[in-house]
Design a protein. Structure first.
Lengths: 412, 395
């Protein structure tokens, strides 16, 4: 028997659930698969509708975690098995080695002295990083992580000299006793290489909306200047392709909810940087529910942002110019045309992380990978593990899951 | 100020469309992927997105006057990419099926042809006609061949029952007149429905209708140009193009043989044309006989390719309607009964030869006499529509 609560996933909904439970007196463990907390939000440039940077919301959460002794979090950790019943779960957790000493030593100098580089997955491979790194300046925990497999021979000698690096640290397996589990496993961007008619992710100047977030981010590969990936040119005519994979039974058979707002927001990024740039958003239905309507009206009041009803169904690269030729029928005018843009952004949708992934939790996922049950077993889904949500609703669903988890363990 | 447009949906029409193959049309959410996916739809007013919304709204007039359904060659690329499984390709087929049902006169034949329920009566008509002929020939002991049996005695020759001059030729001459006049009305209705309302001013040199027809036949139909544009050169789709080619050229070969034989047989009786006289059975050295054998092989190869393709279709992407299966089925029976009649005749199996030949006649009747109401009607309607569209300056 245990009153503790396990939260799987350290993104916005997981952090919220953990904090809500801990701040009313329950012990909470967070298990996060990546080396840093913050999840997808940490990768954004700004979030809508207020367009504030993610560090603003995340930093408060990180402060609350730091100050709360009831929360214990494990990064680079995954759940390997769950046994027991509501109120009495034994959870085995596998923890990969970080290879660096605790207490946030600044290893920046050591990191920059390394020679080996590899693709930076945090920037969706648009930049390179060292084997010893922090994902972002505001990364939490602000403790470097060593990508052991990427360490070359020279770097190994350098790293071995550091008192703060332990090249021989081993993976650990621990057991946690908890009474309830919150699954906040989140989402992953839908893999654009599946979109064969949209260039299958192989067109240089056709990026995804999450890549656009990194391009626009001050900590991103271009320090926040939106440029074409192929030649660094300034984009003058930018297209957003909505429903790139979403609402499509051949890909994601559901609406990803956030992409319309994300594209409107990103159209604003482009227009803010380039007063002469033209932006076109190609959509099936522009979905800006509730008060997001106001945001849409504000953004589309810009006469250089135009909306075309019609799903883009063909994309090809013009090798000579690096431009992207997009094929679409304007369904209102009934005219099919090929349009040239110098930068195309695919509004790829969100796929639940559990889709096609290990599921040791004993919950059922639907055909798309969303969690559909578990409540009777004291296991509660939060955030995008359950359905596509924006940040605000993810936080709300985190609070809701925390409340249910508390009701499960209370009085035991 | 523009008058508001009042839409009068024809709900019964939507149901009829769904019945002839467009059952998933309501799933469409107008994303317009299909119009882009289609390799042959034009830039201005591309299809099939507009047809999908007309069908959902029950805009019967728009759909019935839409020539574009005849431009579609049913490659299914639109349905492959359709995010909703709304199967626009099936709707275009359904629209053509509707045309087979409604264009030609004698609406009851159209009705019988539209579902498996009519199959019995459609089969019964030729079955009775040829059974009566058989009974009369046996009763009068035609040529002294029957000698009291219902099967002729001696050398196995199908003509001993169905002697061409008195039985087959008169029946099929009547059938031909019937079919040609039905097509005449059908094509007239087709052109009337797809033609422009009011008068059209044509700029530039007016094209000759016959030249257009010739262009359509030599540039599009014979080389299967649209099939190639539809992506049928790709590995997974080429079954369709080559299957259709085999069937078309097989039928052309058989039509040439039948036509030439008919001419030779009848004209050859006149003294001046004596050398071209022909009589069944032709010898195997006769070039027409060789051409007929080639036609038969082409039919069988084409049928196999097309049937395998339909069988392997992903039902979530494209489905086959009764019209598709009726035509494939009848051509299968025609080809197989034709082939086996010849085999059994050469093997000297009298009873089987006569029975199979009887079935052959029944199936040939079912193929030819109902042509304007069957999917094979596209031979005429599609050619007419494409020719007319070309004449009007659209491709």
């Amino acid at each position: 028997m245990s009153n503790a609560i396990l939260v799987v996933g350290g993104g916005f909904s997981g952090l919220t659930a953990a904090l809500e439970a801990a701040e009313v007196g329950y012990d909470v463990f967070i298990v996060e698969k990546s080396p840093f907390l913050g999840g997808r939000v940490a990768q954004l440039n700004k979030y809508f509708p207020k367009l504030c940077p993610p560090s603003c919301g995340l930093e408060i959460q990180f402060q609350r975690i730091k100050k709360n002794p009831r929360i214990k979090f494990f990064t680079q950790a995954t759940v390997s098995s769950v046994a027991g019943k509501a109120g009495d779960y034994t959870v085995k957790v596998h923890i990969e080695p970080r290879h660096t000493a605790p207490n946030s030593a600044d290893l920046g100098l050591l990191a920059s002295s390394l020679t080996g580089e590899t693709d930076n997955e945090f920037d969706f491979n648009m930049s390179r990083r060292k084997a010893l790194y922090l994902s972002a300046p505001f990364a939490f925990p602000s403790r470097y992580v060593l990508d052991r497999e990427m360490v070359n021979k020279d770097d190994q000698i350098r790293l071995a000299k550091s008192a703060f690096v332990d090249l021989n640290e081993n993976a650990r397996d621990i057991e946690l006793q908890v009474g309830s589990i919150v699954l906040a496993t989140g989402w992953k961007p839908y893999d654009a290489s599946n979109l064969s008619n949209l260039g299958a992710g192989a067109i240089a100047n056709c990026i995804t909306n999450m890549q656009m977030e990194r391009l626009a981010s001050a900590h991103g590969p271009t320090n926040g200047v939106i440029k074409r990936p192929s030649d660094g040119a300034t984009p003058k005519k930018v297209a957003f392709v909505q429903c790139a994979g979403s609402r499509d039974q051949n890909h994601l058979n559901f609406c990803s909810y956030i992409c319309c707002m994300a594209s409107l927001k990103q159209a604003a990024y482009v227009r803010e940087q380039y007063p002469n740039a033209e932006v076109t958003i190609y959509y099936i239905d522009l979905r800006t529910p509730g008060r997001y309507e106001n945001f849409r009206n504000k953004v589309t009041a810009d006469e250089r942002i135009s909306l075309v009803k019609g799903k883009v169904a063909g994309l090809e690269a013009d090798e000579a110019s690096g431009d992207v030729i997009l094929e679409v029928e304007d369904a209102v005018r009934g005219h099919k045309s090929k349009v040239r843009h110098d930068l195309v952004v695919l509004a790829t949708g969100m796929q639940p992380s559990l889709a096609g992934d290990a599921n040791p939790y004993g919950v059922t996922v639907d055909a798309d990978g969303f969690i559909v049950d578990g409540e009777d077993k004291g296991i509660f889904a939060a955030g995008c593990a359950k359905q596509p949500l924006d940040v605000m609703r993810s936080a709300q669903s985190g609070t809701s899951a925390a409340l249910k988890a508390i009701q499960t363990v209370r009085g035991r | 100020m523009a008058q508001p447009l009042r839409i009068e949906p024809d709900v019964q029409f939507i149901r009829e469309l769904q019945a002839v193959g467009g059952d998933s049309l309501k799933k469409c959410y107008q994303c317009a992927t299909c119009s882009v996916a289609c390799p042959i739809s034009p830039a201005d007013n591309p299809y099939p997105r507009k047809e999908m919304i007309w069908a959902q709204w029950g805009l019967k007039d728009r759909l019935l006057s839409d020539a574009d359904v005849w431009l579609c060659h049913n490659c299914g690329q639109c349905s492959d990419l359709c995010p909703r499984g709304a199967k626009p390709a099936d709707l275009m087929s359904a629209m053509r099926n509707m045309a087979y049902q409604k264009l030609a006169p004698c609406p009851s034949i159209g009705k019988w042809m539209s579902s498996s329920k009519g199959l019995l009566i459609l089969t019964a008509i030729p079955a009775v006609i040829f059974a009566v002929i058989w009974a009369i020939m046996a009763a009068i002991d035609f040529g002294g061949n029957f000698k009291g049996s219902i099967f002729p005695q001696g050398e196995v020759v199908p003509g001993k029952i169905f002697y061409g001059d008195y039985t087959i030729d008169p029946v099929f001459i009547l059938v031909t007149i019937f079919v040609v006049s039905a097509f005449f009305t059908g094509v007239k209705n087709l052109i009337k429905s797809i033609g422009p309302v009011g008068s059209t001013m044509m700029l530039g040199k007016k094209k000759n209708l016959l030249v257009c027809l010739l262009e359509v036949i030599t540039l599009e139909i014979l080389p299967h140009a649209k099939f190639s544009q539809c992506g049928d050169n790709t590995e997974e789709k080429k079954f369709r193009k080559y299957g259709h080619m085999c069937l078309l050229f097989g039928f052309i070969a058989l039509a040439v043989v039948t036509g030439c034989f008919f001419l030779g047989h009848w004209l050859g009786r006149i003294e001046a044309f004596r050398p071209i006289y022909m009589e069944v059975p032709l010898s195997f050295a006769n070039p027409f006989k060789i051409l007929a054998q080639l036609g038969m092989v082409l039919l069988l190869v084409g049928l196999t390719l097309l049937t395998v393709r339909r069988k392997n279709q992903d039902p979530a992407k494209q489905t086959s309607s009764w019209y598709d299966w009726y035509l494939l089925g009848v051509i299968w029976v025609v080809a197989l009964t034709g082939m086996f009649t010849q085999f059994f005749r050469l093997a000297d199996w009298a009873v089987l030869t006569y029975i199979i030949y009887y079935l052959h006649l029944v199936s040939v009747f079912m193929l030819l006499a109902y042509l304007p109401w069957s999917k094979l009607g596209h031979l005429v309607y599609r050619t007419a529509a494409i020719t007319y569209i070309r004449y009007m300056g659209r491709k």
